[in-house]
Design a protein around this ligand. Structure first.
Ligand code: 13P
Length: 347
């Protein structure tokens, strides 16, 4: 796997873990999360009445990756196992399409959420089996960063200490394996916004979650300057009244200053169910409030970069240019928000 032959064509990204991480959070840029599992993309397609087949998924991803000038605001794309093996209609493998634009290919490597001890409520992320071999293969296919997502629920007495610890231990093992394979791990402990909790409760849980995850990364000897953190913003539950962007920004920054080590090069937020506009407003406010922060504060959005593109496309070939325009517009606005230069009149 390590032969020069296998690595040929990826010279662009023959960089250290720290250099890759920094390139992913360069000014004006962030990550497109296009790593929806087959099940999840099926749900997104169902909403626009498109049948989910290998070919429709390929067509949709092709429109995103070939969108004109998307590379101005997209530094990297997280792919799914099926997608990293797919090609354009003209036969160019997707990782090559991205590389040719200077966009770094990434790969989701977790195998999804499995029920934990209290199966109705909590989950433990799986995917360590065979991970070393898979990382070697993904590297050969062009991936230079990876993603593993743990999901933590807020509820009465939730998340439990056991579930939190077990997820953090697995995350640390994944991150260490990635680094041993020259792949930057994105560490994603997502505190879900489901529920009616207020922003103070989200702050308290997020702070504890991050504290435990960094403890485990430390125990495993993960190099913190060669990871990216992908957290939720500190935000109220979806059934509770919304906090203003300035409050979200203030609480989010306060939380990170308390628990995120300064060596971490960047924090890339997930959008987690925020609307496209909210995800921009909140990221913008966070960047405006980030004076003195050691980390770059950027995005790794799925839905907040794709929602309008999906609607515009609706599975029709003739809508591809409109869908690409919609995607590039969201990327531009996210890029502005990532620099603290967004305002809603740009919508
Ligand atoms: P959302 O931005 O839609 O939450 O997706 C990002 C992601 O990759 C979640 O794992």
């Amino acid at each position: 796997m390590d032969s020069p032959d296998v690595r040929r064509g990826n010279d662009n990204f023959n960089m250290s873990l720290n250099e890759i991480a920094k390139k992913l959070v360069a000014p004006g840029k962030g990550i497109l999360a296009a790593d929806e599992s087959t099940g999840t993309i099926g749900k997104r397609f169902a909403k626009i009445n498109v049948e989910s087949t290998e070919e429709t998924r390929r067509q949709y991803r092709e429109l995103l990756f070939t969108a004109p000038a998307m590379e101005q605001n997209i530094s990297g794309v997280i792919l799914y196992d099926e997608t990293i093996r797919q090609s354009t209609g003209e036969g160019v493998p997707f990782p090559k399409v991205l590389e040719s634009k200077g966009v770094i290919p990434g790969i989701k490597v977790d195998a999804g959420l499995k029920p934990f001890n209290n199966p109705e409520k909590e989950t433990l992320t799986s995917g360590l089996d065979g991970l070393d071999e898979r990382l070697k293969e993904y590297y050969a296919l062009g991936a230079r960063f990876a993603k593993w997502r743990a999901a933590l629920v807020i509820g009465e007495n939730l998340p439990t200490a056991e579930c939190l610890r077990a997820n953090a231990e697995r995350m640390a093992k994944y991150a260490k394996l990635c680094q041993e394979n020259n792949v930057v791990p994105i560490v994603e402990p997502e505190v879900l916004m489901n529920g009616g909790h207020d922003i103070a409760r989200c702050y308290e849980v997020t702070k504890n979650v991050l504290k435990i995850f960094f403890e485990e990364l430390g125990k495993e000897g993960v190099a913190l300057d060669g990871i990216l953190l992908k957290p939720n913003m500190v935000i109220s539950g979806e059934e509770a009244p919304k906090a203003a962007p300035q409050e979200i920004a203030g609480m989010t920054i306060k939380c990170f200053k308390e628990v995120v080590p300064t060596e971490v090069p960047g924090i890339v937020f997930l959008s987690g169910g925020q609307s496209e506009q909210e995800a921009c407003e909140n990221l913008n406010a966070i960047n405006l409030a980030s004076v003195g922060c050691p980390w770059q504060l950027s995005y790794s959005y799925g839905r907040a970069l794709q929602a309008s593109a999906l609607r515009a496309w609706s599975g029709e070939l003739e809508n591809v240019p409109a869908a690409q325009q919609a995607f590039v517009k969201r990327a531009k606005l996210c890029g502005a928000a990532r620099d603290g230069k967004y305002n809603s009149t740009m919508e």
